[in-house]
Design a protein. Structure first.
Length: 202
């Protein structure tokens, strides 16, 4: 059966941690490709200001340019209303029937999935790959996600990604305070941030 990865995140901005996590997941799980899907209107971030979707999509496209196994999709950005992962997975299921779908995202986000919309259907339709930074003590998934059944927990795999020591929050703060961001993200993304004047204000 064909396997594809969906890389879900806000990507504000995308950085090497995300790229390494996606490549590691592709290799470990034998994924044919990984489709990066920047969140359009994240339901849990209605109070925090995030950069315009067009900027986050443009940076994502620039970042993945050199990897033939990576692609980007604007489906969440183009879909009106809040971005629920279940809608994205349903869309992907229609586009790629008879395919195993792996939803890759940060471990912190995965620990919140009990609050996500239609979680039973979601865990039925895709497996989760939760990327964590080294030293991050996740604890046992069984304890962290008590509402899930044993067979549902088996559909979540945690991978450790050293490059996830890099974080979007830190990059935004660095830009704001004039500290360097070189080597934390692809040069083309760094240039885009500079040219568009992103993250200069809080
Ligand atoms: P977040 O809460 O901003 O991020 C949580 C942590 O995970 C941060 O440390 C973040 O680091 C990291 N992270 C985020 N995406 C990652 C990725 N693809 N690979 C590795 N690390 C990642 O999470 P978010 O970006 O808003 O949401 C993550 C995904 O979950 C999105 O696709 C979102 O749509 C989905 N989601 C769905 C629902 C729902 O359906 N109800 C609710 C919440 C989230 P950085 O800040 O450095 O990225």
């Amino acid at each position: 059966m064909q396997k594809i990865g969906i890389m879900g995140g806000t990507f504000d901005p995308i950085h090497y941690g995300h790229l390494v996590a996606a490549e590691e997941a592709r290799w470990q799980f034998g994924l044919e490709k990984v489709i990066f899907i920047p969140a359009g209107h994240p339901p849990h971030k209605v109070s925090r200001k995030i950069s315009e979707a067009r900027h986050r999509l443009a940076m994502t496209r620039l970042a993945i340019e050199s990897n033939p196994f990576f692609a980007a999709s604007a489906i969440e950005i183009e879909r009106p209303g809040l971005s629920y992962t279940i809608n994205t997975v349903r869309d992907m299921r229609n586009t790629y029937p008879l395919t195993d779908i792996y939803f890759i995202t940060g471990a912190d986000a995965v620990l919140e999935i009990l609050s996500w919309k239609h979680i039973d259907e979601l865990l039925d339709q895709c497996c989760f790959i939760a990327a964590k930074r080294p030293g991050y003590r996740l604890g046992r998934l069984k304890t962290k996600l008590p509402g899930l059944r044993k067979e549902q927990l088996k559909r979540i795999t945690v991978i450790e990604v050293p490059a996830l020591a890099i974080s979007s929050t830190d990059i935004r703060q660095r830009v704001q305070t004039g500290r360097p961001i070189k080597y934390l993200l692809p040069e083309a993304v760094e240039k885009y941030i500079r040219e568009q004047g992103l993250y200069r204000e809080n």
